[in-house]
Design a protein around this ligand. Sequence first.
Ligand SMILES: *Cc1c(COP(=O)(O)O)cnc(C)c1O
Length: 372
Amino acid sequence: MNEDFIPMAKPDLSGNEMKYVTNCIKTNWISSQGEYVERFEKNFSDYCDVTHGIATSNGTVSLHLALKALGIGKGDEVIVPNFTFAATVNTILHSNAIPVPIDIDKNSWNLDPEKIIENINEKTKAIMPVHIYGQPCEIDRIVEIAEDNGLFVIEDCAEAHGAEFSGKRVGSFGDISSFSFYGNKIITTGEGGICLTDNNDLKNKMEKLRDHGMSPNKRYWHEEIGYNYRMTNIQAAVGVAQLERIDSFLEKRNDIYDLYTKELKNIKGIETQYDFKNRKKVNWMYSILINENEFGKSRDEVREILKQNKIDSRPFFYPINKMSLYDEFTNGKKYPNSEIIGRKGISLPTFTQMKTQDVKRITKTLEKITDI
Ligand SMILES: *Cc1c(COP(=O)(O)O)cnc(C)c1O
């Protein structure tokens, strides 16, 4: 059989992307000034129901910008999940602060609020929850813990555009929230990111730090050691077009989620994402756990067989404590849930233009694997 390769992700650029990008080129506004940046900031912050948006070059520097704007630096501790993409932890180190990775909850795969409390001390300054694989974390409880202890909350929403907790969009809970618009995220600007906040002072601080720490009133007069973290008008043009279709993107991703879940329902040894009553997750990458004993093959064996069948997949993130790079922050601590989930987890292809037959080819392949 000569079947096509099914990739993990594929951006859908079939809306107004070409038109708006062409407009940037025709009008010469290709750098970080121009109408699309402000439009994107306004439209995306409105979408999340937050007052201000500060667009950035990517979703890693937006996390760094948030930490800097909150004054987090040397000697400060920031609580972060042990199970996340490394950028979350690295930006704490870029700020010269100390990451405190803690274990996750076994159902949500996200920060466990009770473990946060155990890890707060006089050096703790912030909590950096991540809404992993489109699943909102227990953000109301996390904000409550932060308020009780005088801590900041920076939400990493890179994988959860449009997800909701108690009817409110993620990104609207923290002091600052951060999104990524990398090519495989739910909406993309190629590379890109944004910080959202309701606080006017934090907005001004972030805008200044994003632009070399320059005084907004005096050209070339620098008041802080800043950065160049600006988004270009071309990136923003793509973003404005993407955002016009976010509802239909999420709907299609939801349909793909439902189809996968239905087709995999009767296969033993596959555990799908948990459904919480008051949380609306989004399907960034269809993510499941393979229980080797029941399924008959390990996660890595499954990935190999999928590959032979021209189907792409991703292993889950390696828990931070497994990488020796981070030993000094994880030594002596136990992370049973992250380790189990990191070892069993696999993400399957998910993109808006995926066809029913693509999903079924993948689920049929998984079904066959169990019989081998
Ligand atoms: C993608 C991602 C980031 C980083 O975003 P980039 O735009 O690629 O720099 C940060 N955190 C999480 C959880 C991510 O998935």
